[in-house]
Design a protein around this ligand. Structure first.
Ligand SMILES: NC(=O)CC[C@H](N)C(=O)O
Length: 366
């Protein structure tokens, strides 16, 4: 019999996430997070892998570390004109990589440690962070073949097309030391597997890795566009990163309220709340109705102050958490935690919509 249409198995729960924080801020190498995400190899399909690491650039802790993909040298020349016009570049170079057989056709991957040019910043009448965000958005939307995929301080994203353990090897992450590491193995849902589309998605110090699919992407992206965010990377997860930046940095919401916006309680639950709480949650849902994230998800949000893992309200994706001493671990599967922490103090599966927060000692908010 001739089969005209090849039937590929669809594995809707594919994608793996993992995250580790040492709450005392002690740094450790990327080897552990690579082992953890590698254990979940079969949850990805080789079309994306990536990591976010915090605390890795102590010698440049007051600089924004721009990690950039270029499709070629012409793109680099053009974008560098813009970068040099807007920033003082104190150091730059190729991000060190090693040859890995399975990683083919990488773009040019460059890193710049920069600070905004004082006069430009003054002229712009923006806060420093907003200035950086606008520059990132401008490059990513107006400069063909150029993508700034990381723009935080003392942190960095490392990502690409491949299995996550190979991407970790490629970027030599065993040679970096950070106090927070998050990782992602991708099984793309509706969009292409390309270098810019791999997770994490970052902006300033925010990073997000995500298992799931956002059915509200269009509504979310359109709302974000009104405030200068441009979703250019073709993966739904990008919008989640900008939503947290918008709600927490620009709107000044607490993490709890941002969570209540993204994974809002059901109306039937709001109806049963005490009057003051009911008013608050009603106002949140009404004001930010376009920022409700619909569809299945488990995510890990990273910032310099800690991590937060969160499931959609009805927990349509797996998420497990564990602690051991000063460490908090979160991952799609318990085995991925036990691979690097054989004997955790506590292990639990968080409920839908209930954030697991790992704060750095001394930090009062994420
Ligand atoms: N399978 C997944 O969880 C995919 C996550 C996300 N939607 C992506 O395409 O990258």
């Amino acid at each position: 019999m001739i089969t005209l249409v090849k039937q590929y198995p669809r594995i809707p729960s594919g994608c793996a996430i993992s995250g580790i924080i040492n709450k005392k801020g002690q740094v450790f190498s990327g080897a552990d997070i690579i082992r953890s995400i590698a254990l979940m190899h079969d949850r990805s399909n080789g079309l994306g892998g990536g990591f976010a690491a915090y605390g890795i650039y102590p010698e440049y802790e007051n600089h924004y570390a721009l990690h950039v993909f270029y499709e070629g040298l012409t793109c680099k020349e053009k974008a560098e004109q813009f970068i040099n016009e807007h920033f003082n570049v104190d150091s730059n170079g190729k991000i060190p990589t090693r040859k890995v057989c399975s990683i083919t056709n990488p773009p040019l991957i460059w890193r710049y440690f920069v600070q905004p040019k004082k006069d430009k910043l003054l002229q712009s009448e923006l806060t420093e962070e907003e200035y950086v965000v606008r520059c990132v958005m401008r490059i990513n939307s107006e400069y063909d073949g150029t993508y700034i995929f990381s723009s935080g301080k003392n942190m960095g994203a490392f990502k690409g097309v491949g299995y996550p353990e190979d991407i970790g090897e490629f970027y030599r992450l065993d040679e970096y030391r950070g106090y927070i590491w998050t990782a992602h193995g991708r099984f793309p849902t509706n969009t292409p597997g390309w270098w810019g589309g791999a997770h994490p998605f970052t902006l300033l110090d925010w990073s997000v890795v995500h298992n799931g699919e956002i059915s509200s992407y269009g509504a979310n992206a359109r709302f974000l566009e009104m405030f200068g965010y441009k979703c250019t990377l073709q993966t739904d997860t990008e919008a989640i990163t900008y939503i947290f930046d918008y709600l927490i940095r620009k709107q000044g919401l607490s993490l709890e309220l941002a969570v209540a916006t993204v994974a809002a309680p059901f109306w039937k639950d709001i109806d049963r709340m005490e009057p003051a709480e009911k008013d608050l949650f009603t106002a949140l849902r009404a004001t930010y109705s376009s920022l409700l994230v619909n569809g299945p998800f488990s995510i890990i949000l990273g910032t310099r102050n800690g991590i937060m893992a969160l499931n959609d309200r009805i927990k349509l994706r797996s998420l497990v958490a564990a602690t051991k001493g000063d460490f908090l671990y979160v991952a799609s599967e318990e085995s991925a935690i036990r691979e690097i922490c054989a004997d955790p103090d506590t292990v639990w599966t968080p409920r839908g919509g209930e954030p697991v927060i790992g704060l750095l000692e001394g930090a009062d908010r994420l």
